[in-house]
Design a protein around this ligand. Structure first.
Ligand code: ADP
Length: 244
């Protein structure tokens, strides 16, 4: 790597002026696509994400049908123009991995038994990337699934914690992700406004056990803030529909 490593924490603040436990600005809008059953546009800092949900609907090819439950498919994709240097279009190892772990996060919470033989397709498109796209996509996909009316045991809310210059920080942006010591994306299942379990936990880099425990608490507090915004977005959508 030719890029010089910048100092990431200056006078107790992060490069973008945030406190250690502060999220990037978040914007969420539900129901932005006409043809999808459910959809969401989400910004988390400089990340810009569109999620679209189709289904429950008939599965094609048919041999993929499961007679006892719905099949969930999740496709994470980064647009070629979403990063500084053009990304080669199409799936790569990274997007296949992110699609897999994201689908696994949703598998236990979607009430699949209610929709035998059917499929629920979740598409997430990263229009602009600035680190933390898998977590931003999970947040958008959650809102789109609720918007589609898919029965779920709760909602998924996700955020990463990183270690930069020896300090734990919430919701790392690109420079912190690139030059930090560790990056730990978390996703939680939230039910009745309470965190019930961890739906996804990955780790890139190294942290001590104590740091992971502290990071988990930091992520939980951040997730509850995001959850409120997801809820607001859904309420706004239904309120608007009533008025129209
Ligand atoms: P996440 O986006 O979930 O943090 P990574 O840690 O793998 O996932 O990626 C961190 C960031 O690196 C991405 O959000 C994106 O800004 C950048 N990035 C990932 N893949 C590419 C790529 N192929 N080309 C350029 N930048 C990329």
């Amino acid at each position: 790597m030719s890029e010089e490593r910048p100092q990431l924490i200056v006078d107790g603040k992060r490069l973008d002026g945030r406190d250690f436990d502060e999220l990037r600005p978040i914007k969420i809008e539900a129901g932005v696509l006409r043809r999808a059953d459910g959809s969401c546009y989400l910004e988390m800092g400089r990340n810009k994400i569109i999620a679209a949900v189709y289904g429950p609907r008939e599965v094609h090819p048919r041999h993929l049908q499961d007679p006892s439950r719905a099949v969930i498919r999740y496709r994470y994709n980064m647009a070629p123009f979403s990063v500084e240097e053009r990304k080669r279009p199409g799936p790569d190892r990274r997007s296949i991995e992110i699609s897999k772990v994201s689908r696994e996060a949703f598998e236990p919470i979607i009430m699949k038994e209610l929709f035998p033989r059917s499929g629920i397709d979740v598409f997430v498109e990263v229009l602009q990337a600035d680190a933390g796209t898998r977590t931003a996509c999970l947040n958008a996909a959650s809102v789109a699934l609720v918007d589609a009316g898919v029965a779920m045991k709760g909602i998924i809310t996700a955020v990463a914690v990183a270690k930069v210059d020896g300090q734990l920080v919430l919701d790392p942006m690109k420079e912190e992700d690139n030059f930090g010591e560790a990056d730990v994306p978390f996703a939680f299942l939230i039910r009745n406004s309470r965190i019930e379990s961890i739906a996804l936990l990955q780790m890139d880099g190294r942290m001590t056990v104590d740091e992971v425990k502290k990071g988990l608490q930091m992520a939980k507090r951040g997730a509850m803030q995001i959850y409120e915004m997801q809820r607001d977005a859904i309420m706004r959508k239904y309120h608007t529909e009533e008025v129209e």
